[in-house]
Design a protein. Structure first.
Lengths: 136, 81
């Protein structure tokens, strides 16, 4: 199982993958490249990753979420490489018999993802390029 | 001993390469390797300690003792999602 891709993400495919006949809810979250960051214009983002470690960290988060929300089926894919405004960098799909746990699991997935998974982004715009989070 | 040092994101730009094998004395800690990088690259001067440290694809404390054959990566602030 790989959670990383170099191609556009098919969110419909992720939703299909997790949905079971017993599910009454499917929450799909898409993280999308926006055209601004801290007042600066953004035209594209380059995503880089420590791939094998990122796969392992994502698997750990999925394990934790499965333990906490055993009734939720979850799928996640993060895209790497060069993305332009409006393209999805991450898609998370959570299916559950009821909506509450699906929303919660989805929120927990994206929040944890942003904290520990070794993925980085370099934003490019009219003002130049910058690795997000790095203090010069 | 030899360890493989991997560079990602901003660190790859600063080092000008993706990885290298370095020779280290026994007893070297990950933080010592970071100090060596700081001495070489003034762009790292703001970071007295590495932002995060990974050895063999797991997060470890910066003072982790290294062993022959380890794969070491300093992890700049992550920004996935």
């Amino acid at each position: 199982m790989t959670f990383l891709t170099d191609s556009p993400i098919d969110s419909e495919e992720l939703a299909q993958r997790v949905m079971r006949p017993s599910d009454g809810a499917c929450v799909v979250f898409e993280g999308v490249v926006r055209d601004h960051h801290e007042g600066k214009r953004v035209e594209s983002i380059l995503y880089d990753a420590y791939r094998p470690m990122a796969e392992k960290e994502i698997a750990k988060i999925l394990h934790d979420i499965n333990t906490r929300f055993p009734q939720v089926a979850i799928a996640v894919t993060h895209r790497l490489g060069a993305l332009t405004v409006g393209e999805a960098s991450i898609v998370i799909a959570c299916a559950s018999p009821h909506r509450g746990e699906a929303f919660e699991a989805c929120r927990m997935m994206i929040d944890r993802f942003k904290q520990t998974v070794p993925i980085w982004k370099k934003e490019s715009g009219p003002g130049g390029e910058e690795w997000v989070g790095w203090q010069k | 001993m030899k360890v493989r040092l991997l560079y990602f994101a901003v660190l790859r730009d600063i080092a000008g390469k993706g990885e290298e094998v370095i020779e280290l004395p026994e007893g070297t800690r990950a933080a010592d390797v970071w100090s060596g990088l700081r001495a070489k690259h003034r762009e790292l001067s703001r970071y007295e300690r590495p932002p995060l440290t990974a050895v063999n694809e797991n997060y470890v404390p910066a003072d982790q003792l290294l062993r022959d054959g380890d794969e070491v990566a300093f992890i700049p602030p992550v920004a996935g999602g």
